[in-house]
Every structure is written in structure tokens, then in C-alpha cells.
Design a protein around this ligand. Structure first.
Ligand SMILES: C[C@](O)(CO)[C@H](O)COP(=O)(O)OP(=O)(O)OC[C@H]1O[C@@H](n2ccc(N)nc2=O)[C@H](O)[C@@H]1O
Ligand SMILES: Nc1ncnc2c1ncn2[C@@H]1O[C@H](COP(=O)(O)OP(=O)(O)OP(=O)(O)O)[C@@H](O)[C@H]1O
Length: 301
């Protein structure tokens, strides 16, 4: 892509814990989530152009082949932001967007949501658009429940369907390994197979909790989508066992799966685990990553 003006990271979203605590009248489930982000993810690049366009690259670009271009969350994000800016008299001229798709699609690590959030962040900068944070959060939520947290892209607790966000800078930035058996799982189907929609709330450690205490707290938390996901996709249990055999400090499934993650005390340990898992399971998606800490060391703005 020539003439790139800026590139915005779209870090993978990792649900360290996910409790299903109720259901709204419209059927959406109420969730208590502890979320962090991986340095590994997609990337959205922006350049000025004569006319709007989108190009794709990356290992999983082909997985978006069946998604009509207009349904790509990158373009939806561009269009919703532009509409809001034009309504307020702010110019939003044509852009060439390039999506480097490194995250498997429909894999529980929020790839589409991360792409939408990165597009919003990038275009606000590209168009030099002073936009009210509340309005931007509203546009994000309209694009998907996970988009507001991906807009923050730093450790947080989210409640509701993901729109009530409390940043938690004290969550330890541990290295991780992400593993997906490359078997797609359908989020609505997992929710349909949930045995119980009213599970105990997430008990979040108090502000300033030290790293080792967070690890203890994580053990007391759950991902309530893990059992229904593993029932529909037996490979999830195989992935968890394989991860557990590499000596992580913690293993769990993210989102509605099928991606599972292991946490490690060092990036070197995570990289060694990823090498071993990749060699033993060449058909899986396996990647080692540091936690995302943003350009300023504290996550994205
Ligand atoms: C489960 C999470 O991965 C947690 O981070 C996300 O909330 C899922 O977000 P997503 O993949 O963007 O899913 P969406 O496209 O918003 O929802 C797909 C479908 O899953 C079900 N769904 C999703 C989220 C939610 N809180 N309750 C639900 O019941 C709904 O049937 C919805 O139509
Ligand atoms: N840029 C995009 N990247 C990925 N999926 C997209 C994108 N745009 C639209 N989609 C659609 O969104 C659906 C969900 O994809 P996504 O990868 O975000 O799911 P996920 O990783 O399971 O997310 P979550 O963790 O929020 O459940 C896909 O079926 C795909 O058709």
C-alpha cells in the first residue's frame, strides 16, 4: 500500500474471565468480564485516496472471502464515523484502508471488533477530527458489543454486554500463547447451549492488587461459555491439555472459543511453548505474544 499515512494496531482481545450473569429482554446475555489485550493482532493502515477502497492481506484474509465487503466491520466503522462527522460539519474525505488480517475469524479473540476499533481510532487521527468520547463510544457499541472495549485496548473489567467499562491498570501484563485448532465455533450457538444464564458475579480484586494475587483470583473465576463450547467443539479440551503441558501459570478459553490461551511468566517461556505446540500441531494457529501495552506503555488512547 503506497502513501500510508498511519497504521493502527488491532490487538487481540483476551477474556481472562467471562461470567454469564443474566439475560436482557432482547435475548442478549449480561456478562461480567475481565479482559486484557495481546500485542499480537491485526493492523489497519490508512492513506488518503481519490475514492474509498479496502485491501486485505495476512494469513486469515481469505477467511473473510465469504463476508461481503460491505459487511466488513472496517468499512462499517468508516461509514458510521464519517456519517457522525459530516452531521457535525467535519470533513471526512475518501480513504484507502488496508487490513492485515492476522487473527483467525470467529475465534473468540474479537478480531472483527478489534479491526472496527482500530479503524475508528485511526480515522479520528487521520481526519484530525475532534470528537466527543461519548459519541465515539456510542458509535463503537453500535458496531458490536466488544468494540468499546477494543477501543480502549487496555486491561479492563466490562459489564452489561460489554459497554460498562472500568479500566484496570493493575492487571499483570503477562506473556501469553494463543492457540486455536482452526475449527470455527458459532457465538449464538454457544449462547443457545448455555445450561444456566444466572451464574455468580465476577469478584474483582480491589484496586492496586499485586500480580501474584491476580493469578490467585483468576483461579476463582470462570469462563461460563467454556463448557457449552467444549461440548460442541471437542478440540477445545485437546488444546487446553496441550497448553497445560507446556508449563504455563494459567490456561483458559477466550470468549466463545475456540481460541484458548496460556499465561507465562516470561516471553521466552511463551515463545518456547509456542514453538513446541506449533511443531506438535502444525494444523493449529499458535502464537506467542506479549501483553499489549500501547505506544505510551499504557494501552491505546
Ligand atoms: C462473548 C464475547 O466474545 C465476549 O467478549 C462477545 O460478547 C461476543 O461478541 P461478538 O462475537 O461480537 O458477538 P455478536 O456478533 O455481538 O453476537 C452474536 C450473537 O451471540 C449472542 N450473544 C452475544 C453477546 C451477548 N452478550 N449475548 C448474546 O446472546 C446473540 O445471539 C448475538 O446475536
Ligand atoms: N474485519 C473483520 N474481521 C473478522 N470478522 C469480521 C470482520 N468484519 C466482519 N466480520 C464478521 O464478523 C464475524 C465475527 O468475527 P470475529 O473474528 O470478530 O469473531 P470472534 O473472534 O469470535 O469475536 P468475539 O470474541 O467478539 O466473539 C465473522 O463471522 C465475520 O463474518
Amino acid at each position: 500500500m503506497s502513501g500510508i499515512r498511519l497504521t493502527e494496531p488491532a490487538p487481540a482481545k483476551i477474556n481472562l474471565a467471562l461470567h454469564v450473569v443474566g439475560q436482557r429482554a432482547d435475548g442478549y446475555h449480561l456478562l461480567d468480564m475481565l479482559v486484557t489485550f495481546a500485542a499480537f493482532g491485526d493492523r489497519v493502515s490508512i492513506a488518503p485516496a481519490e475514492a474509498d477502497s479496502l485491501t486485505l492481506s495476512g494469513r486469515f484474509a481469505a477467511q473473510l472471502g465469504d463476508t461481503p465487503e460491505g459487511d466488513n466491520l472496517v468499512l462499517k466503522a468508516r461509514d458510521r464515523l464519517r456519517e457522525a462527522l459530516i452531521e457535525r460539519g467535519i470533513a471526512a474525505p475518501p480513504v484507502h484502508l488496508h487490513l492485515e488480517k492476522n487473527l483467525p475469524v470467529a475465534s473468540g479473540i474479537g478480531g472483527g471488533s478489534a479491526d472496527a476499533a482500530a479503524t475508528l481510532r485511526g480515522l479520528v487521527r487521520h481526519w484530525s477530527a475532534g470528537i466527543d468520547r461519548g459519541l465515539l463510544d456510542g458509535i463503537a457499541l453500535g458496531l458490536g458489543a466488544d468494540v468499546p472495549m477494543c477501543l480502549a485496548s487496555r486491561p479492563l473489567v466490562a459489564r452489561g454486554i460489554g459497554e460498562e467499562i472500568e479500566l484496570r491498570a493493575d492487571v499483570p501484563a503477562l506473556a501469553m500463547v494463543l492457540v486455536n485448532p482452526l475449527v470455527g465455533v458459532s457465538t449464538p450457538e454457544i449462547f443457545r447451549h448455555l445450561p444456566d444464564k444466572h451464574n455468580p458475579r465476577l469478584k474483582v480484586p480491589k484496586a492496586g492488587t499485586a500480580g501474584p494475587c491476580w493469578l490467585g483470583a483468576l483461579q476463582t473465576m470462570r469462563n461460563d461459555l467454556e463448557a457449552p463450547a467444549a461440548a460442541l467443539c471437542p478440540e477445545i479440551e485437546t488444546v487446553k491439555q496441550a497448553l497445560a503441558a507446556t508449563g504455563p501459570v494459567f490456561v483458559r478459553m477466550s470468549g466463545s472459543g475456540a481460541t484458548c490461551f496460556g499465561l507465562y511468566h516470561s516471553l521466552e517461556a511463551a515463545e518456547q511453548a509456542a514453538r513446541d505446540l506449533g511443531a506438535a500441531h502444525p494444523g493449529w494457529f499458535v502464537v506467542a505474544s506479549a501483553a499489549f501495552e500501547g505506544e505510551d506503555g499504557h494501552g491505546a488512547p
